[in-house]
Design a binder for this molecule. Sequence first.
Ligand SMILES: [Mg+2]
Length: 217
Amino acid sequence: MKAVLFDLDNTLYPAECDLFSLIDVRINRFMEEIVAIDPAEVDGLRRRYWKDYGATLQGLIRHHAINPEAYLDYVHAVDVGSRLVVDDALRRSLQKLPIPSYVFTNGSRCHVDRVVTALGLEGLFVDVFDIRIADYRPKPNPDPYRQVLARLALAGDQCVMVEDQPQNLKTAKQFGMKTVLVGAAATGDVQYPYVDARLAGPAQVGSLLRNWSEVAC
Ligand SMILES: [Mg+2]
């Protein structure tokens, strides 16, 4: 293994922090106030765009000709520090990882910087791959995975991906990556054939990698 790709939201911090609800409100407000969509249609459109494209942003680009950069600035303008606190245990754990760590997210780099700072994880990630890497096409679309592997100059089977969304790990497995599910889905009863390991949180990734390397030896 040569790299660990960490998702950001609800992966590096638990979903219970409920940071996404702040972004959620901003997405609705953007659609109503900036794009001038009838408020009664917003929820239905968001569901449709999620289903068809994996993210609201792609639907807004395709059907409303919005400026994606304006969208990213607007929806991520939330008080991250009101929901997240420094996670020293996670920092110590990530510092000991034997291979480089990266962030691979459907959010924006600016949001990553704020979250990483709020969690006290500055300097631990070699690079950030955000929603821009494949022209705003989000995971689980294969295009951003392909771009990430090209940027890293690695094959899929040299990477581990850590995520809270099972469907994003399905694509990772199609690229040959090792897949690690964290968060609520990891503690649920549903089995996912493309998930190699389930962990309580990202702080356990180090011991998992050590176990895997011992087995490989
Ligand atoms: Mg996530």
